[in-house]
Design a protein around this ligand. Structure first.
Ligand SMILES: [Zn+2]
Length: 469
């Protein structure tokens, strides 16, 4: 049984999907006005790890991640760049998808864009108006009336009566009855994009888009909603209020929140000026696999402190995994199968799954993998494995990697030019031409390929790059 910590109840609870074997997940996605930083991606890759693990466990997952392509920052950014909001959003959405692919994030089943779902938001707002949970102001805006929703504050454990402007509630520029109320719809303003709709002319507030798009694709009640802890209040609190006030149903069964990524002791955020953008790291030569490994390797509920040691440590861990796969791929031993390998494989799998079942405890799952790798290294050194055993272990590691997605591509994906260099080096060694062999090794190293000479002959693996070194 998979257990997860639900933020709303504060409890570690069994995951029991609303529909047997099908899990519906919504993740608050990027606001596409600039490049995403690794703090954003920590949260997205946590959701990716969850989706991958549920699929590995045989569950049918539907994963929706929204794209916020209309908000104040996008309007400002588009004006500064002298282009339309659509062009700006398109540019940064493309960048986001490229970063996500580099970090091997599973592509969500649906990536709905806010500006393509204005109708769904307007329908939801109309229902809230009809039910007395929302009201209009003179400038054409529509606000959610928090006083109409007594459960407000449960997720964030905030007493709504204690909310004051300047503490955790921002007073925006629109007049409203109660400072705590939040905008569902913003009346038109000169120079801002606006839509003509059944609730009037204007544009949607941010919170309503997630309620409208999650329910459009996943139904009024669904299993899991994820996001960073910074979204608990007010964003997710507001999502619950407006969704449940409109439908009368429980909006989300399990709320999962990924803790902050800290840099130099501070939360990573654009305002703190300590961003490390994924695209910048990649351009500096960091291995996308090492970035992924570093970002997924800390349990999601623990805040992660990111510093200059994070990528080298991840690269070293990956190198151990690459190295064992390379060793096993060239391992040849006639003779009987290793009599205790079956037990080793099943206990490694059991430890891996027990860890992830326990609130997605990835650090324990990775420890199980590395323990197993040490055990296999001993078996290789003792020559106790057969050739078939070695192939089975590679298959086993690749199976676990459906969840982790950190292993290097299989060896036959090597570019033909590099494969030719490796063959020439093997030939040079066979001819005892050590000078040529060394020269080819250097040439391969410059191309990012590490070659090693073992009892089973020459083997190679890709070096794991680290930005700046
Ligand atoms: Zn959201």
């Amino acid at each position: 049984m998979i257990r997860l910590t639900d933020t709303l109840s504060g409890e570690l609870r069994d995951l029991v999907p609303l529909e047997p074997s099908r899990v519906r997940i919504y993740t608050c996605g990027p606001t596409v006005y600039g490049p995403a930083h690794i703090g954003n991606f920590r949260s997205f890759l946590f959701a990716d790890l969850l989706v991958r693990y549920l699929r590995y466990r045989g569950l049918d997952v539907t994963w929706v991640m929204n794209v916020t392509d209309i908000d104040d920052k996008i309007i400002k950014g588009a004006a500064a760049a002298g282009i339309g909001i659509d062009a700006l959003a398109e540019r940064w959405l493309t960048r986001f998808l490229a970063d996500a692919a580099a970090l091997r994030m599973t592509t969500p089943d649906v990536l709905p864009r806010a500006t393509r779902h204005i109708d769904e938001m307007v329908t939801l707002i109309s229902t809230l108006l009809d039910g007395g949970h929302a009201y209009r102001t003179d400038d054409g805006s529509i606000f959610f009336r928090i006083a109409s929703w007594p459960a407000y504050g449960r997720l964030a454990r905030i007493d709504p009566d204690q909310l004051r402007v300047g503490e955790r509630v921002e007073a925006d520029e629109y007049a409203k009855d109660d400072v705590r109320d939040f905008a569902l719809w913003k009346g038109p303003k000169p120079g801002e994009p606006a839509w003509d709709t059944a609730v009037g002319r204007g544009r949607p507030g941010w919170h309503i888009e997630c309620s409208a798009m999650s329910m459009a694709y996943l139904g009024p009640s669904f299993d899991i909603h994820t996001g960073g802890v910074d979204l608990i209040f007010p964003h997710h609190e507001d999502e619950i209020a407006q969704s449940e006030a409109a439908t009368g149903k429980t909006f989300v069964r399990t709320w999962l929140h990924c803790a902050y990524l800290q840099m130099g002791g501070a939360k990573m955020a654009k305002s703190a000026g300590n961003i490390t953008r994924v695209s910048e790291l990649l351009e500096a030569g960091a291995s996308p696999r090492a970035i992924r490994y570093a970002l997924i390797s800390v349990n999601y509920r623990q805040s992660m402190s990111y510093n200059e040691d994070a990528l080298p440590a991840a690269a070293a861990a990956l190198d151990r995994l690459d190295s064992i796969v390379a060793s096993l791929s060239t391992y040849r031993q006639d003779g009987p199968d290793d009599a205790t390998l079956d037990d080793a494989l099943s206990s490694a799998r059991a430890a891996f799954e027990a860890a992830l079942d326990d609130d997605l405890n990835i650090s324990a799952a990775l420890a199980a993998v590395h323990d197993f790798v040490r055990d296999v290294n001993r078996r290789i050194a003792a020559r106790s494995l057969s050739t078939a055993d070695a192939a089975r272990i590679v298959g086993f590691l690749r199976d676990l990697d459906r969840v982790l997605a950190v292993l290097d591509e299989p060896a036959d994906d090597l570019e033909p030019k590099l494969a030719a260099l490796i063959e020439r080096r093997a030939a040079a060694r066979a001819a005892h031409d050590w000078a040529a062999s060394d020269r080819l090794r250097d040439e391969l190293a410059a191309a990012g390929i590490v070659v090693e000479d073992t009892a089973d002959g020459q083997r190679w693996r890709r070096a794991v790059g680290v930005a700046g070194g």
